[in-house]
Design a protein around this ligand. Structure first.
Ligand code: MUC
Ligand code: MG
Length: 367
């Protein structure tokens, strides 16, 4: 089966509330829907969320690189020749969201062709994951209220708290308010998006220990090499590399160099193929993984849970699977449902989802 065309469709859907964190803020999902067409009539889909503050991609760059470079390299290629396709994509540096969307759309086609869900093809370990909800910057009481609403409405009891503001006390107060409101049964962990220096982060870690935080992610820049290494040595819980380790090679360097002791896997930036490589590397090196969220839509979240649920090691911890709840609308015909704090995989062939064409017409920006 051959690739005949790759579409890259820009669209914009506003969030009901902005998500703010140390490296940026997002008010509208300005993403790119990628559709890979084949000569057998099967069409694979995936979402590309550009994150200029993390990887330098924009909506325009995702469309540009797909239309100007990747389409020309891939049209005519065999859908199942995954390694050949990746070798061609690899000729262009960077562009992780654009490459990953193509990769996942091809897995969607493969699943449809074999009449099997992608999650079964990947590993088929379980049919659902526990959900962790990400809380953006706000005043302590508002963040605690939001977490209570998520617990009462969806049964979510795991929360990733965005930190990295100055003074450090601001975020300590938030974590304290969350612990007091949610009690000891809630799991809380923090993500600094490189906002603090190593010494600010070290001071915060002492308080986080008392509050029972279970993970610490990117509290200071990995580029501050020695400071980061010292911080990781002081950290009593797994220290997670997210944006500092986004390729298999960076993950190896990060774990060997002492920049991190755990890794966030985001299908939005490593697709399924490279997420597998990162996961297997982490297993081989004894590092835990967390399924992370790139402020994903429902389509992005379907991909994260399909991958996370496919393996024992990626489904052990709660996955960050719920920030689509902050969007005012979505493109899928059948919305995702979180119940009892869990999200189920789609059990239909491929990714098991379809785009609502009326909604796509409403939100697309190229017509
Ligand atoms: C995270 O884990 O850092 C914020 C921006 C983005 O792309 O992902 C996040 C969440
Ligand atoms: Mg992060």
């Amino acid at each position: 089966m051959k690739i005949t065309a790759i579409e890259a469709i820009p669209y914009a859907i506003p969030y009901t509330q902005p998500l703010k964190f140390a490296s940026g803020e997002v008010h509208t999902a300005e993403h790119v829907l990628v559709r890979v067409h084949t000569d057998e009539g099967l069409v694979g889909i995936a979402d590309a969320p550009p994150r200029p503050f993390t990887y330098g991609e924009t909506q325009e760059s995702v469309i540009g690189v797909i239309e100007k470079i990747f389409a020309a390299q891939l049209v005519g290629a065999d859908v199942f020749a995954r390694e050949l396709i990746h070798a061609r994509l690899h000729r262009t540096v960077g562009n992780p969201a654009a490459k990953s969307a193509i990769d996942m759309a091809l897995w969607d086609v493969t699943g449809q062709a074999l009449d099997r869900p992608v999650t079964h093809l990947l590993g088929g370990y379980t049919d659902r994951m526990r959900v962790s909800h990400m809380l953006g910057f706000e005043a302590p009481q508002r963040m605690a209220d939001e977490a209570s609403r998520m617990r009462d409405t969806y049964g979510i009891t795991v929360f990733k708290v965005k930190v990295g503001r100055r003074p450090v006390r601001l975020d300590i107060d938030v974590c304290r308010a969350l612990r007091e409101t949610l009690g000891d049964e809630a799991e809380l962990y923090v993500d600094g998006n490189r906002g603090w220096t190593a010494s600010e982060a070290a001071a915060a870690l002492r308080e986080f220990d008392e509050l029972g935080m279970t993970l610490a992610e990117e509290l200071c820049p990995a580029d501050d090499v020695l400071g980061r290494r010292r911080l990781v040595q002081q950290c009593r819980v797994p220290f997670v590399a997210d944006e500092s380790a986004t390729t298999p090679a960076e993950v190896t360097r990060s774990l060997l160099g002492g920049d991190a002791t755990a890794v966030s896997i985001k299908t939005a930036r490593t697709g399924f193929t490279h997420s597998q490589r990162v996961l297997f590397q982490c297993e081989g090196m004894g590092a835990e993984v967390v399924m992370g969220n790139q402020i994903d839509t429902q389509l992005g979240t379907v991909c994260t849970v399909a991958f996370g649920a496919a393996y024992a090691s990626s489904s052990r911890r709660a996955g960050e699977l719920s920030n689509f709840l902050d969007m005012s609308d979505d493109l899928l015909t059948q919305p995702l449902v979180i119940t009892d704090g869990t999200l189920a995989v789609r059990e239909r062939p491929g990714l098991g989802v379809a785009i609502d064409e009326d909604k796509l017409s409403r939100y697309r920006q190229d017509r």
